[in-house]
Design a protein around this ligand. Sequence first.
Ligand SMILES: [Zn+2]
Length: 1023
Amino acid sequence: MMKYEMSEPIGEDSIKKSDGYYISKKSLIAIVTAFVLLLVGVAVLFYFIPRPSNEDEVVCPSVVPPPSDDPEDDIECPPMPDIPVEGPTESDPFYGRLSEDIKPKHYTVWLKIYLDPKDATKQYSFDGNVSIVMHVYATTNTIKIHVRDLNLYHENTYLTDSLQNDVAISHLYEDEVNQFYVIETATPLAAGEDYIFHANFDAPLTLNFHGLYRSFYGTPPNVVDLVASQCQSVAARTIFPCFDEPSFKATFDMIIVHRDKRHALSNMPVINETNIEDDWIETTFETSLVMPTYLLAVVVSDFPSLDLVDGDLTFRVWAQPDYITAANYSLHIGLKMLRFFEEHYGIPYPISKLDMVAIPQFLAGAMENWGLVQYSEGTMIYDPEVNTPSRKQTVALVVAHELAHKWFGNLVTMDWWEHIWLNEGFASFVTYLGVDHVEPDWKYWDSFHVLDMASAYTADSRSSSARPLILPVGWNSEISSMFDTITYSKGAAICRHFRSFLDESVIHNGIKDYLQTYQYSNTVSDDLWAILTRADEGFKGTDVKMVMDSFTLMAGHPIVTVNRTDTNTVIVEQTYFLTDPIDYYQDQYPNNGYIWHVPLTYTDSSYPNFLRPKEDWLYKDPLVINLAGLKDQDWVLFNIDKWGFYRVNYDDDNWQKLANQFKTDHTVITDQSRASTIDDAFKAAEPFHTDVINALRLTEYLDKEFENVVWETVLTNLDYTHRMLLRTAEFYLLEVYWSQKVRPLYESLGWDFSLGGHLDYFQRISAIETACTYGTEDCVTQALEQYRHWMSTGVNDIRDEVRSTVYCTAIRHGGLDEWEFAHAQVTNDTFGTTETDRLQSAMGCTDKSWLLQRYLEDENFATSTVISNIRGKSAVGYSLAWDYTMNNFEKLGLSYKTVWDFKDYMNTQYDLDQLNVFGSRNSNMSSDSAKGFYDAVQRVETNMDWMNKNKDSVKQWLLQVMNISATKTATKGATTDVPRPDTPSRQLTDQGPLIVDGKLGANRIPRISEELYQLQSHRKHKG
Ligand SMILES: [Zn+2]
């Protein structure tokens, strides 16, 4: 399946963090200090505030809406469909696995679909029967077959032997906890024999997004119904009784009966369509390949199709009539990708047809059913006249992902859900191959750094969302939880990780061997390790299992520290990496003491070689590497192009040398290594593994940098420094610095979206946003002109992609008129939600205190929304929002979350004291709110640490890089001396960041990136 990222992993903290330990020693000291004059308050705080609990956790359901074309349009948790709660809790032992004593060989499934009013009481239901030929491997009296939410006609259930003789059933019942239909026989079923199970059933067809369900298009009274299906992970059992585990593969004969105004699709080609009884048609399909139940699919609709016939393959796309012509892009790239994968892996796609259908209501982004891939409309439909390049990219990558599954998942299937990364990690990785093949201009491999890799590192560097890639699961809820960022993105990054210690040819031959060896079968991760080990025999002779166990059976990943001890010697060590300095791993997963077998790749400036770097292995003990021939001024660089899934930190001296190389000639180091070096430096600085100055120095050359992957990486790393300095005198220097750095890129791209290619499109959006955010004069001028043109003409021709930026910039640098125009637009309420949200957000961009105060008191808007629109955009906005929140908390019934959300900007002792005073005054808060409080306190303490360690050095660095003497800025008002070539028409006090809810740059990258591949700790969903 394809999944989307939707939000931060709200729920996981509450899952894995339990009572008690939330108050660290540091927190206690700080809180006690803060309450030295409020001794009683200390007791109140810790005695009366309820401890956090893991009840009522908030987890985004594993579902997604179609991706929006609006890069600013955050995807939120969609409404959860009516999916039954899955049985007992995860702490209960799980006995729901099928017995290996008896296995299915072949199913015959007959289904009749009722969708029309003339079906009377049967409308929106289906009924059917199934016969399952089973083979007995060990003599037994008991058959367990999965079933859920089906009305079974027990009286029609019977069993025969292979000669059609009845086999007496002594007991028949449903085990609802384990979702089994249990058939006990009077006499044992003999090992080596075949038996046939028969059952009849019916069930409703509702819009529940799983199993066989109703979908529709059109608007009343012209609604047209259809039927779609979604069997992954465990919903085939809601269509007919079946052995619903991925390793219980079998063949299927599907027969679908439906009204003649529709047609039926399933995994295999149609054998015949026969008219029966009035206007009914019975469609019979070819016997399927050997496959698991979760890949079964049925669509009954009146959709038109577009067809391509290529040799003996018929490739078709289907969609509702209004969208079918816009399915042309997915049709053509789909066929091209399929043929490419066939050649690349040397295994032909084995079915004579492939249908791709855009379903109007489809919860997963897409589902790779063999022969019948189903998509949500937003992931398959692309109209170049209407949709943006962002949508085009979405369609390309989702189609690539689903077609990659034809080999990884369909042909070779994981044995059980704990190894689901073998499906989804590989499909996510191979997606880049497919997209790169059909759209080579996109340089899509570069995107791996800012898409899957960034998502994987983020999820894997927080104890709240990190987990072993391979994790035993049982209950359905546990299976669902496996469809997360770790499975998809870390799984993809692990596929790339092979490249850090195996030659490309070895990997390629190994993967081909893996597919050949296990086609039509099932695998566990060890099967892959064994194949790759065999492939490497005669080359490096790597024990792949030993290496990969450390990266797949433990949560998290290491940071490798490289210290130069003398000119020719470095010592390399590892420790686990967590983003938050006060975060830590609990030993809740099997681990190896958090020691990884780290495949090192490295080069140096004496002979930079990024194609064939030097290699070594790091394990428990520090590794001493001799670098003969190195001179004092030479740098070393590890983890070439970030093939390996680990971070790297260096001593200050080497960071400085790398920064010097960037400034003298950055092209000596590859784009991907520049991007990953900068990323590692910023990430290492966050938990204080290195000084943030080492990271900032690496950005000094950026006025000469034009590569998309580098800029996107940089921009995702500015947020924290930006927030910390927001309320300091140094913020102005930071603004001028970034304005200078981004200006050449901004000027090279301009505002004309008709120029340049696919990458320019996205980079232009980022450049405009960054330039306007930091007050680059031309950008501000352009934004004001465009906004004022809208004001004067009433015609808004500002491009959708940059509207948020333009609105905010115009309001920040404009005056009362610009603000009131936005106010009028919003209160007239002539827009959709997206546009209204943009304008409301932009209204918080002004730093005129009287306008912000008016905004806060405006009864047209929800106060909590206004506070969040103001809080992070300027120092004055922060202060006004905090004061207003404190003064009106009870009167306006504001939520505790509104208070806790200030934590990302709080970084002083005074901030912490205020937070603690608020906590003590509200000691009757709920357990969940208390958890928010403790989290906020920890966050603020971490921010304070950062400020103590970095604020002065950042200031000195800014002064130095901008050639300003410290004495100039030491005097009040002297900041007007800062050489600001852009000379925005604002005073120092006007300066404020253009950040939206703490995130600088909402549209760094095609939005789908984050939607698709971050998530899930946010368990978004499955693919
Ligand atoms: Zn998938």
